[in-house]
Ligand binder design. Structure first.
Ligand code: GLU
Length: 273
């Protein structure tokens, strides 16, 4: 059954960009008589605020984007992410990393040909070859992209707009799969949850296209199902910047308080380019 999801972080109310993402996922599911889930990406617990869970659901309901079932919260699912991490440890495709952000920045300034990805400098691999490591400190766990790629072989994913895309395993470098404070990361959690919720079509902004290369690799390593993808355009503000939480004027709740109807707000989505 066609199954989609909208995965907001409860760190603010929805703005037009979120509404667009939610609408794409909702409409795709409804057109096919399928299911539309809401899943809260709340692992970044320091930025999450309790009032935004209900606030986001209120925004969605007002927009007429009704979801199915109970919304999921990633903070309830940490055991599942832990289990997946253990499996990746057994496969020896992850390694512990003790670097602080500051240490990584310093190291990058000292390397002449620092590796770069679409989002800037990549982790230089400092801890990759670590033999012995301190047992008294909690590490972060990073993907060993080289080993993972060897194990997984050639991979690709299908994007409904861009067609078949070959996976470039090292595109984002040795990403963190488990932060030391929470034991998981966006990449690990999203892959586990999309499989657990039997999501058939992952729809999200095109800014996340590079991440899909990592996700496909993880799906292969963990033996998970392989969804179709739709990386849609982003809603931009008048100066061409992508919308962020600071764009209060384009928050759904603000537009609603100004007297716009939900129909008018959904119309605005078509006008914003
Ligand atoms: N939480 C992400 C966002 O709000 C969505 C991630 C995803 O759909 O995989 O952009």
């Amino acid at each position: 059954m066609t199954t989609t999801r909208f995965a907001p972080s409860p760190t603010g109310r929805l703005h037009l960009g979120h509404a667009y993402a939610a609408r794409v996922a909702h409409d795709l599911a409804r057109k096919k008589g399928g299911r539309f889930w809401v899943r809260f990406e709340d692992i970044d617990h320091t930025r999450v605020r309790p009032e935004y869970y209900d606030g986001i659901l209120e925004d969605l309901q007002w927009l007429g984007l009704q979801w199915d079932g109970e919304p999921w919260q990633q903070l309830d699912r940490l055991d599942h992410y832990q289990g997946a991490l253990e499996k990746l440890k057994e496969l020896e495709v992850v390694y512990p990393c003790f670097c602080t952000r500051k240490e990584i920045e310093t190291e990058l300034t000292q390397i002449t040909n620092a590796p770069h990805g679409p989002e800037g400098p990549l982790y230089p691999g400092t801890c990759r070859g670590l033999g012995e490591f301190p047992q008294d400190r909690e590490p972060a766990w990073r993907l060993n992209t080289r080993k993972a790629a060897q194990l997984a072989g050639h991979l690709s994913f299908h994007d409904m707009q861009h067609g078949e895309i070959a996976v470039v395993p090292h595109l984002l470098g040795d990403v963190i799969l488990a932060r030391k404070d929470i034991g998981t990361s966006y990449h690990l959690a999203v892959v586990i949850d999309d499989a657990a919720q039997e999501v058939t079509h992952v729809t999200r902004g095109e800014d996340l296209l590079p991440s899909t290369h990592v996700h496909r690799l993880l799906q292969s390593l963990l033996g998970l199902s392989e969804p179709d993808y739709l990386h849609h355009r982003l809603i931009l503000d008048d100066s061409g910047q992508r919308l962020a939480k600071r764009h209060d004027s384009l928050a759904i709740a603000t537009l609603r308080n100004q007297g716009l109807t939900s129909f008018e707000v959904l119309e605005l989505l078509c006008q914003h380019r």
